[in-house]
Ligand binder design. Structure first.
Ligand code: ADP
Ligand code: MG
Length: 694
């Protein structure tokens, strides 16, 4: 399926020099294990080794390249003192400092009496110039061993800059040029290099400007990434829209009953969203709408009203949720209201097996179920509706295109689809992430919600926080305690949470519970139920406490190492409290070692609870990269785009993608075929499967 020319781009990195069984897992965490993952691992800076002063003139603190004679080795006297090597040029001495070097290695690197070119960061101790662990020590007869400009990449434990750089440069030599996918007029106007040329410039730049966001190479690659994203969205949208819509026009009788049973009135935003949705349903066009709103903003009840309208119009509805916890919660919110309207609701998850499952399937096929709520289990082949006409997909970005379409395929006569998300997207990004999908926004909070008192506290004061919590739980409070992300390994997350659990258990005994992602569904539910009923007071967890989990009695949220979380994620976690009638608080524990941006980000959390504002500010501070903790949120990841610098490219990519899909929806023409390469390279290829081969 994947074009042959991409073979080398997708080859395993193991075949590159310097990458072995040990380094591969580290690289997998950092970038990925395919050649293209390394090629798209973007340099974030440059080390300039062109400063070649005399020892006596060298500015302390700078990266220097010195030509010196090795004078004398002074081995370490004991374990605590370093190994020193005295070197000299015509202006003075510089000491090279090593901790625990292998004696034979260091003798060979720096033979006494020989000349060496040394590069590293020069520092002064008193009057003495020294370099600790120089980056390079090369023989002047092979100066090529010393790169004068070196790219700097984001790293992770187990990956050194030297090794990564070497692998990336080697990778560039293994891949072929690709057919051009950009329009030739655009290319000429922008003066962009080819894709491969742009990668080469990025990884072996001549100046700092070459890797800046506005360099030609970087703009080209950002445009590539944006075009891939927009094209993928357009292809899927085109497929969905081509399905016939269906006029779903109800008479309002069920909606009226449910409204009467609601213990509150809809907010203005809820009313508007519902009106937009109903108007889409009543039209002939297939609905493809996304309802965005913070956790607790009341999306579920809006979705229920839309489902009620579908029932009035004579069709069944499905509500797809990403996890069992969320599916259960939707059922709990919806069931009592649905009953008031005379709607029949059922839940189908992976846990329904055998006879009970069969009974649900039969009722569904007979039309005895109006609304089926469930997880991925809804998508299985043997789940057959009598007449599905309306689907709600909660946290829609957590489902793949295939899954979304598989659900739609259960409708025989057209379907209206409503996505929901509680992940706020900055306005500038809506287009990039959702294309021109219609959106409804719920920004207003239901009345009567108390603001959450948010504090940023240093981890040094952990014991104060713990005693505060001790007092609070004695007074009956319930507390969420979220443990940090450790690298990107779920296992390590779990270990951190377990450690905290054990520590808190020593203090609070049986009042502490633990949930994490490695537990079985039934175990998790049992602990959650204990927390909901108040049997336990403190719930220690990894970030597994999902969006939408609802325990209104919980009033305290502690987040450890808050600086490691994306703002959107902090916002969603904080949304777990402040749901009841009691005043809530959120404590963001941070290390002292956080930088300026991290500080500013946590400050935003303190200052506002508006998810959209938080998202905008986060984007402004980070300028893109891993927006919103995308890895956790399931939103697409951008490697080359800087949303502050490349704003003009977004609209350009959208217009281009629209045109392409209008002209060549199957991507079969010459440019279409080139574009298929692009979609694979940036992992936006889901849509290609929809087109069949060819
Ligand atoms: P979301 O799905 O956006 O997270 P829900 O629909 O689950 O939010 O609503 C959260 C809680 O707020 C529910 O208990 C719901 O009954 C309640 N709620 C929803 N809309 C309103 C409203 N307009 N006024 C008061 N409470 C509301
Ligand atoms: Mg909800």
């Amino acid at each position: 399926m994947r074009p042959e020319l991409l073979f080398d781009y997708f080859a395993d990195i193991e075949r590159l020099p310097g990458i072995g069984k040990r380094t591969k897992p580290a690289l997998e965490r950092l970038a990925g294990t395919r050649t293209v993952d390394l090629l798209l691992h973007r340099p974030v800076g440059l080390i300039d080794r062109r400063y070649r002063p005399k020892v006596a003139d060298a500015v302390p603190g700078s990266i220097v390249t010195l030509e010196v004679t090795v004078v004398e080795h002074r081995p370490a006297l004991n374990k605590r003192t370093p190994y020193r090597v005295v070197c000299r040029d015509s202006s003075g001495d510089v000491i090279l400092v090593f901790f625990h070097p292998r004696p034979d290695w260091i003798k060979k690197q720096l033979p006494e009496g020989e000349t060496r070119i040394i590069s590293g960061k020069l520092e002064h101790y008193g009057d003495q110039a020294q370099i600790t662990h120089p980056d390079y020590m090369v023989d002047p007869n092979s100066p090529a061993d010393l790169p004068l400009l070196e790219t700097v990449y984001p790293l992770t434990a187990g990956v050194s800059l030297k090794m990564l750089r070497k692998a990336i440069l080697a990778a560039l030599e293994t891949v072929p040029a690709l057919p051009e996918w950009h329009d030739s007029a655009l290319l000429a106007r922008e003066k962009w290099p080819s894709f491969l040329e742009a990668l080469k410039q990025l990884h072996s730049p001549d100046t700092l400007e070459d890797i800046a966001p506005n360099s030609l190479a970087r703009r080209r690659l950002a445009a590539d990434e944006l075009l891939a994203t927009q094209l993928a969205l357009m292809v899927v949208r085109d497929r969905t829209r081509r399905k016939r819509g269906r006029v779903l026009k109800g008479d309002g009788r069920i909606r009226k009953k449910i409204m009467a049973a609601l213990p509150f009135n809809f907010t203005g935003d809820q009313q508007t969203a519902l009106a937009e949705i109903v108007s889409d349903m009543e039209s002939e066009r297939a609905m493809l709408r996304l309802m965005q709103g913070d956790v607790g903003s009341g999306k579920t009840v809006v979705a229920l009203m839309a489902a009620a309208a579908a029932t009035e119009a004579g069709v069944q509805s499905a509500i797809l949720a990403p996890t069992e916890i969320l599916a259960n919660q939707h059922l709990a919110t919806i069931q009592p209201l649905a009953e008031a309207g005379g709607l029949k609701v059922a839940l189908l998850t992976g846990r329904n097996k055998g006879r009970p499952r069969q009974a649900i399937l039969e009722a569904l096929a007979n039309g005895d179920i109006d609304i089926l709520i469930g997880t991925h289990a809804l998508i299985q082949d043997d789940v057959v509706f009598k007449d599905l006409g309306f689907a709600v997909i909660d946290e829609q970005h957590r489902f793949g295109v295939q899954q979304r379409l598989a659900l739609s395929a259960k409708a025989t006569a057209g379907i209206d689809v409503l996505g929901m998300t509680a992940t706020p997207i900055p306005r500038t990004l809506t287009l990039t992430v959702y294309g021109d999908m219609d959106t409804s926004l719920i920004r207003e909070k239901p009345p009567g919600r108390l603001p959450v008192d948010t504090r940023v506290v240093s981890l040094d004061r952990l014991s104060d926080v713990v005693s505060g919590i001790s007092r609070a739980i004695s007074a009956g409070a319930r507390v969420y305690w979220v443990c940090p992300l450790v690298e990107e390994s779920e296992l390590l997350d779990v270990a951190a949470a377990e450690e905290r659990f054990v520590a808190l258990k020593k203090l609070f005994g049986g009042r502490v519970g633990l949930v994490h992602g490695k537990m079985k569904g039934t175990e998790k539910d049992a602990v959650m139920a204990q927390f909901a009923s108040g049997e336990i007071s403190v719930l220690v967890s990894t970030t597994v406490i999902e969006v939408g989990v609802n325990v209104p009695e919980a009033t305290i949220m502690v987040i450890e190492h808050a600086e490691r979380f994306g703002l959107a994620q902090l916002h969603q976690l904080r949304g777990r409290v402040g749901r009841g009638t009691d005043k809530s608080s959120c404590i963001l524990l941070r290390t002292n070692a956080v930088g300026e941006v991290a500080r500013a980000r946590l400050q935003i959390m303190r200052d506002t609870e508006d998810g959209f504002l938080i998202a905008e500010e986060d984007l402004r501070l980070r300028g893109g990269g891993e927006i919103l903790g995308t890895k956790q949120s399931g939103l697409p990841e951008f490697k080359m785009v800087d949303f502050a610098e490349h704003a003009d490219l977004i609209a350009m990519a959208r217009d281009d993608a629209k045109l392409i899909v209008a002209k060549d929806p199957e991507l079969k023409g010459e440019r279409g075929k080139a574009l298929r390469h692009l979609l694979y390279l940036f992992e936006r290829d889901e849509g290609i499967r929809l087109m069949g081969s060819g």
